[in-house]
Design a protein around this ligand. Structure first.
Ligand code: 8YV
Length: 323
């Protein structure tokens, strides 16, 4: 390649990360900061040497069709289910992600949703803001205690483990997990986490079920009507993973009829649109996909993506290559 590689960042990134890219590459920024269309993304693949997408860009087979000039998709984020990995492989395009750097931030949001759902914090705040609070009384806004309860994790990667650690140390919670593979004994021991081979067993025992699996075909509607029915009466579902892991229509029914008491959601099947029935309910906490939204994590994600792009074009081992 003659000259500096041409790199596109599909959204505005924190300044420190954009500047690092600009110091080393010929960078184009999407100054409008709105999601790019399929046509724009396909064009970008033929114009740039590397494209750095986010979860708001669907990189499908159409975008990857033909013989793209871009040889690298350096994703800003750990989850990459918005990228058709098979099509990328077939087109000879490498894919990287940014694991690790957003673990703590996302675990914080999982804990926040556990606390908010159990203690009815969203509902309580709405009451105050609407000037409906009639004053203190012994039976006002009673929630469920979190301390000493059981947390069931579905998936047991970095973010699940960080959530488990905080839940155990901060709130003395009992930790159960279900995953494709059992974790090493040393890790189970450190987190005091019990493996449930049978998912229904975990669902029946946990007071909070928190999802930590990747999105995509393999986990599509993993939490469906039957799984929701298998949850413990009065329990809560927490989702900081991907919206399509949950059948949202079934969740709405469960929020209305039980057995669950509520849900805390940071992700949705069709972001940024949210089913209106969710916004009409008090027993669901709704966040706008802010799992990794700390200044620290977002800068680190940008710099991690930079490291992947730099290593790729300098012919070094690419740290976070997924394809
Ligand atoms: C990111 C996330 O903000 O990294 C992920 O997988 O879900 C988020 O925390 C988003 O994906 C950025 O592309």
């Amino acid at each position: 390649m003659s000259g500096r590689p041409r790199v596109l960042l599909t959204r505005r990134w924190p300044e420190a990360a954009e500047q690092e890219f600009q110091r080393h590459f010929e960078v184009t920024l999407n100054t409008s900061d709105r999601p790019m269309t399929e046509g724009e993304l396909a064009e970008a693949m033929s114009e740039f040497d590397a494209v750095c997408p986010t979860v708001s860009d669907t990189i499908n087979a159409t975008v990857l069709a033909g013989r793209p000039r871009a040889s690298l998709l350096a994703n800003f984020g750990v989850g990459f289910n918005h990228i058709d990995i098979g099509a990328a492989r077939a087109a000879g395009v490498a894919v990287t992600n940014t694991p690790g750097v957003l673990t703590d931030a996302t675990a914080e949001i999982a804990l926040l949703l556990i606390l908010m759902t159990a203690r009815r914090a969203g509902e309580a705040e709405r009451e105050v803001r609407a000037r409906r609070w009639a004053g203190w009384r012994p039976t006002h806004m009673l929630g469920a205690s979190v301390t000493g309860k059981t947390l069931g994790l579905i998936g047991f990667g970095r973010i699940a483990q960080a959530t488990a650690e905080r839940a155990r140390l901060g709130f003395g919670m009992t930790i159960l997990y279900h995953a494709r593979r059992r974790a090493p004994a040393e890790l189970e021991e450190r987190l005091n986490a019990c493996f449930c081979e049978n998912l229904d067993e975990l669902l029946a025992s946990a007071d909070f079920v928190s999802l930590h699996v990747p999105g995509g075909e393999a986990t599509h509607h993993l939490v469906n009507a039957n799984r929701l029915k298998a949850m413990k009466p009065g329990s809560f579902l927490i989702n900081t993973a991907r919206g399509d892991v949950v059948d949202e229509q079934a969740l709405l029914k469960a929020l209305e009829n039980g057995p669950i008491a509520g849900a805390g959601l940071d992700v949705y099947a069709n972001e940024p649109s949210i089913l209106p029935e969710f916004t009409a309910r008090e027993n669901v906490v709704l966040l706008p996909h802010i799992g990794s939204a700390t200044a620290e994590a977002r800068v680190a994600m940008g710099l991690r993506a930079f490291e992947n792009v730099a290593a790729f074009f300098e012919g070094r081992t690419v740290p976070d290559r997924v394809v």
